[in-house]
Design a protein around this ligand. Structure first.
Ligand code: ATP
Ligand code: FE
Length: 334
């Protein structure tokens, strides 16, 4: 089944064409908005919506062209319905509903988090179900028991910041720019991860719950009260921060897999692109005899190919979105 998918939940306008039953990505276009938000050190929702409006049609057209197809070939529309910035979501979701209406095609609204949890299916070596998944992104940090392609059970999530948000906020404190994750990762390559002993929030009683606000404060406490830290100390701070985040993510993922009796562990979301996290998780999974499935970095951060997969399976499970379906800014996946 040929799926045209759209993702516009945040600051990327993305469109993909995927032959979903064969899990073959025919086109995967992403138009990033980082340039317009960078001066503000974070996303400005109004600017994001306006840029989505400008980009949605050309990005969809480019994806169809890359795939060598036209709308006549498409059999299903899928678009992120939520959660995210509602002004941004409305652009992509309304576009998809309009195309579906005009072309007499079915349209399905997709939960963005389901997309991240299924991104690993786009890889040649994809996991079978069930699996334990760590979703670690800009707005979410949570562990899931994934029982099937449309059956997700949340085991626990963050009480405060998401891991990606912590990366972005620490980068801002260090004056590095936006988005912070990749910048911190790059600087950390030249730093000592043991230079600062930053706290790990294990939260023993709620074993699958995360917290990153204490770690963020601990980083702030090693910085001078006014002004920027010594440039020479920045790589060590980045490496120590990254190590603290990764250790908790890795160990809680293993704990969750053990609790579920799963042999398969999956990573998803923007922070899953972090090389240190990938290497540490791979090492620990090997030690514990677990199989690890990692999406390529391009399928970790926001993309529409993962939305095509989630949309396809939601459609197969009987979901469909009529013209009056609304985008939603907040929603948990259960
Ligand atoms: P959500 O999926 O929760 O709605 P989002 O869609 O905004 O949030 P993603 O695009 O999935 O988030 O991920 C973006 C986040 O990933 C940002 O916080 C960014 O800093 C982080 N990130 C991206 N690459 C890396 C990296 N290499 N290391 C660490 N963090 C990274
Ligand atoms: Fe995302």
């Amino acid at each position: 089944m040929l799926v045209l998918a759209i993702e516009s939940s945040c600051d990327d306008t993305a469109a993909a064409v995927v032959e979903a039953d064969r899990r073959r990505v025919l086109a995967n276009r992403i138009s990033s908005q980082h340039d317009i938000h960078r001066p503000f050190g974070g996303i400005v929702p109004e600017l994001a919506s306006r840029r989505h409006i400008e980009m949605i049609q050309p990005v969809v057209a480019a994806a169809l062209q890359d795939a060598g197809l036209t709308l006549d070939d498409i059999q299903l529309l899928a678009a992120t319905q939520g959660p995210g910035l509602v002004g941004s979501l409305l652009v992509g979701f309304t576009f998809a509903k309009a195309v579906a209406l005009a072309r007499h095609l079915p349209c399905v609204g997709v939960n963005h988090l389901a997309g991240h949890l299924l991104a690993c299916l786009l890889e040649p070596l994809a996991p079978d179900f069930p699996y334990t998944a760590l979703l670690v992104s800009g707005g979410n940090t949570a562990l899931f028991r994934v029982e099937g392609p449309a059956a997700f059970v949340c085991m626990g999530r963050t009480l405060d910041d998401a891991a990606g948000e912590a990366f972005d906020k620490v980068a801002k404190m260090l004056g590095l720019g936006y988005p912070g994750g990749p910048l911190i990762a790059r600087l950390a390559e030249h730093g000592d991860p043991t230079a600062f002993n930053f706290p790990r929030a294990w939260l023993d009683k709620e074993r699958f719950t995360f917290s990153f606000s204490g770690l963020k404060t601990a980083v702030r406490n090693v910085l001078p009260a006014n002004g920027r830290p010594d440039a020479a100390a920045i790589p060590d701070i980045c490496a120590s921060f990254q190590a603290a985040v990764s250790e908790v993510l890795v160990e809680k993922s293993l704990l969750a897999a053990r609790e579920n009796g799963h042999k398969r562990v999956v990573l998803g979301g923007g922070v899953a692109a972090n090389q240190h996290l990938r290497v540490q998780l791979a090492k620990r999974c090997r030690e514990e005899g677990l199989s690890l499935f990692l999406p390529s970095p391009i399928f970790c951060t926001d993309n529409a190919a993962m939305i095509a997969m989630a949309g396809f399976y939601a459609f197969q499970a009987g979901e469909i979105s009529g013209p009056d379906a609304d985008a939603y800014s907040r929603a948990h996946l259960h």
